[in-house]
Design a binder for this molecule. Structure first.
Ligand SMILES: NC(=O)c1ccc[n+]([C@@H]2O[C@H](COP(=O)([O-])OP(=O)(O)OC[C@H]3O[C@@H](n4cnc5c(N)ncnc54)[C@H](O)[C@@H]3O)[C@@H](O)[C@H]2O)c1
Ligand SMILES: N[C@H](CO)Cc1c[nH]c[nH+]1
Ligand SMILES: [Zn+2]
Length: 425
């Protein structure tokens, strides 16, 4: 981890991965193949990339039952408690339809409707996170989405990680398919004999998944293209170096490209955290990943003042921000850009990843400047409602027609004036 005195501006904006030309072409071919050949293409790519031959893709009841044998009972209870917390928080985000009226009898409104069907991609490999199943499925359920489909690549045993199946089953998800990569995204977007298409696709994945999501956008909606995890800790001399180091490493272990940054006006704290990071790294099971991330993207920015430190945080606009200062709530009002803000010494980032109830799908790559984490709203859409009364039409028709003619749109003007033929008084 390097220590730098802040000079000029700092940024987390990195080039968003767009893959190689070869990868982009491969993804296009896979998507076309799935559109044309449906399940046959899914079977072919599952054999090719996941090394397993499947006759059917749907997860069976027997697989779910086996999963419950494999997951510790205490863990099932923890998953249930986390799910309750996440549901309680997301219930607060529920949106309702509303109406307004004017004296001339106009009624305007906004009708909120849940999406009919959504697909959640759960990445395979060692990074299969049951917590991400909770974070995506629960807001969809709170929104009222009827059909929730999970897709994920099969492992060498031809099934999915037990904890993912248990998390899905705990939430009552009934449609789970063992298919991954670009072929899974194509199946969700265009449908196959087995998989009905959905309206919106959520969830992270490798470069093939990310490119496929971009490719099918328009046919369906997508959530976002998530980048590697980021944590920024804003701390003063009251913070404990060992706790800061542990929190920085919690995100570094996600990915070699994860970003872990400490911003502080205290050089003394900076030096102690640097030492602690080295010490704690040595005993981490995912040491190699975390070490690479810390070497490449780990920084401690030392500022002259706390005000300057807060400015740096706002420039960074991180996915996760921890405020570990004497009075964290006082600093909160000055924080403008961060996906999630963790306040005080006990709110370490994993509290939000798993349990507190807030969502862990958050904007990365500096996009917290203009976007938010996953909410119930992402699973809903809004229709405007317009009722114009006779009185409102009489009062405003001429103005509307004039506006239409300003734009050279005569048919628009005549549509409003056509009502004159009614001869209403
Ligand atoms: N941001 C987050 O919250 C988050 C969470 C978990 C995982 N992730 C990311 O998800 C990714 C997981 O990657 P993964 O590969 O283990 O699982 P994955 O499920 O994303 O991808 C596996 C699939 O990739 C496809 N594939 C592999 N090689 C291919 C090739 N040469 N051509 C075409 N398709 C190919 C296969 O279909 C395979 O099923 C990582 O990049 C990780 O950082 C992100
Ligand atoms: N911190 C990750 C998002 O940036 C989410 C996660 C899942 N499991 C553990 N962490
Ligand atoms: Zn995490």
């Amino acid at each position: 981890m390097k220590i730098e005195r802040v000079q000029g501006t700092v940024s987390l904006r990195r080039t968003i991965e767009s893959g190689t030309e070869e990868q982009r072409q491969a993804v296009k071919r896979i998507i076309d193949d799935v559109r044309n050949n449906g399940d046959g293409a899914l079977k072919k790519y599952t054999e090719m990339f996941d090394g397993i031959s499947l006759d059917t893709f749907a997860v069976t009841q027997e697989e779910i039952e086996e999963a419950y044998w494999l997951v510790d009972e205490n863990m099932v209870h923890i998953i249930r408690e986390a799910a309750q917390n996440i549901r309680e928080y997301h219930e607060r985000q529920r949106m309702t339809s509303w109406f307004m009226t004017r004296d001339d009898g106009t009624i305007l409104g906004q009708k909120v409707t849940p999406l009919d069907a959504v697909g959640l991609y759960v990445p395979g490999g060692t990074a299969a996170y049951p917590s991400s199943v909770l974070m995506n499925v629960i807001p969809a359920q709170v929104a009222g989405v009827k059909r929730i489909v999970i897709v994920s690549p099969p492992n060498e045993r031809g099934t999915l990680p037990a904890a993912v199946l248990v998390a899905a089953c705990e939430l009552g998800v009934q449609e789970i398919y063992k298919v991954g990569g670009a072929q899974a995204i194509a199946a969700l977007a265009y449908g196959t004999e087995t998989i009905e298409p959905v309206d919106k696709i959520f969830g992270p994945g490798n470069i093939y998944v990310a490119l496929a999501k971009r490719e099918v956008f328009g046919q369906v909606d997508i959530d976002m293209i998530a980048g590697p995890s980021e944590i920024v800790v804003l701390a003063d001399e009251t913070a404990k170096p060992n706790e800061i180091a542990a929190d920085l490493l919690s995100q570094a272990e996600h990915d070699e490209r994860a970003v872990s940054i400490l911003v502080t006006p205290s050089l003394q704290l900076a030096l102690k955290v640097e030492e602690e990071v080295e010490k704690q790294l040595a005993t981490l099971p995912r040491k190699e990943i975390a070490q690479k991330a810390m070497n490449e993207y780990g920084v401690i920015y030392v500022t002259d003042t706390m005000k300057q430190a807060i400015d740096v945080v706002n420039e960074l606009a991180p996915e996760h921000l921890e405020v570990m200062t004497a009075e964290p709530f006082e600093i909160l009002s000055d924080i403008r850009h961060a996906g999630a803000i963790f306040l005080g010494p006990y709110s370490s980032e994993p509290v939000g990843d798993y349990f507190a109830g807030t969502n862990h799908v958050l904007p990365t790559n500096g996009t917290a400047r203009f976007s938010s984490g996953l909410t119930v709203e992402a699973f809903m859409k809004k229709s405007s409602i317009i009722f114009y009364s006779q009185q409102a039409w009489q009062q405003h028709a001429a103005k509307i027609a004039a506006f239409a003619r300003l734009e050279g749109l005569e048919a628009h003007a005549r549509a409003v004036e056509e009502r004159l033929k009614r001869g209403d008084k």
